[in-house]
Design a protein around this ligand. Structure first.
Ligand code: C5P
Length: 234
């Protein structure tokens, strides 16, 4: 497994309704968190400036925008995201979209992550949407295409990480949400793993939101997650 600091492997999802709430959470977490995920909710509430602020304060940002549009639009949008200083950007794992995003990132340090199949989809949703294969096959198909196209990494559910690591090898960065430290509420996540289990299964990075942001002492939970990651990595 690549040499990434255990603390940098924990990405805290700032799924909060306003920039003020997000800034308060970042303040509470202090030095315990080095990597944040900013998604559509916060971006549409004015969170893009926060990407710049966090980047210039030495934090890393995963911008979860799940881009999908015609190649020219994806390429230009990716160029602008690279200018913001983000580390990761998500796009839907369609070949045209992935190729356009890779072109757009150019020589910047931005890494493009493919979302294979949304975890809210099951086989019947794919049939309804006109696909001729089930979730498992479509995830594998897209992961293989993503690797050939040269994408930097993939977002996967915890239960897909092990088989996808075997399929794509060590060249792709694998990131998983659905992380729940022992004893924490599952909320709406159905298939979860503990931080240690997900790292052992082959994940490079973990996305974790509510177990940290809804905790009475977010900093203590963040530090406990990092300790668990460190103990698995030895
Ligand atoms: O609060 P929680 O730990 O469940 O947050 C997980 C984060 O990962 C959320 O931002 C959620 O949108 C995101 N995510 C997910 N499952 C996916 C893709 C993204 O939970 N398949």
């Amino acid at each position: 497994m690549s040499k990434i600091d255990p603390r940098d492997r924990m990405i805290v999802a700032l799924d909060l309704p306003s920039v003020t709430d997000a800034q308060a959470m970042i303040g509470k977490l202090g030095g315990s968190v080095t990597f944040y995920k900013i998604g559509m909710e916060l971006v549409y509430a004015g969170g893009l400036d926060l990407v710049r602020q966090l980047s210039s304060n030495g934090k890393k940002v995963f911008l979860d925008l799940k881009l999908h549009d015609i190649p020219n639009t994806v390429e230009k949008a990716t160029q602008r995201v690279a200018d913001l200083g983000a580390t990761f950007l998500t796009v839907h794992a369609f070949p045209q979209t992935m190729k356009a995003a890779l072109k757009g990132k150019g020589s910047s340090s931005l890494q493009i992550l493919g979302v294979t199949v949304m975890t809210s989809y099951d086989d019947s949703d794919l049939i309804e949407a006109g696909y001729a294969m089930g979730v498992r096959d479509l995830v594998a198909h897209r992961a293989q295409q993503a690797k050939i196209i040269g994408i930097d990494g993939l977002i996967l559910s915890p239960e897909e990480v092990g088989s996808m690591r075997a399929l794509v090898g060590s060249s792709l960065t694998l990131i998983t949400p659905g992380i729940r430290p022992k004893g924490s509420e599952k909320g709406d996540q159905k298939r979860v793993m503990t931080p240690g289990e997900a790292i052992s299964a082959g994940a490079d990075y973990l996305v974790i939101g509510r177990p940290i942001t809804s905790a009475g002492d977010p900093e203590a939970v963040a530090n406990a997650v990092v300790d668990e990651i460190s103990s698995v990595l030895g």
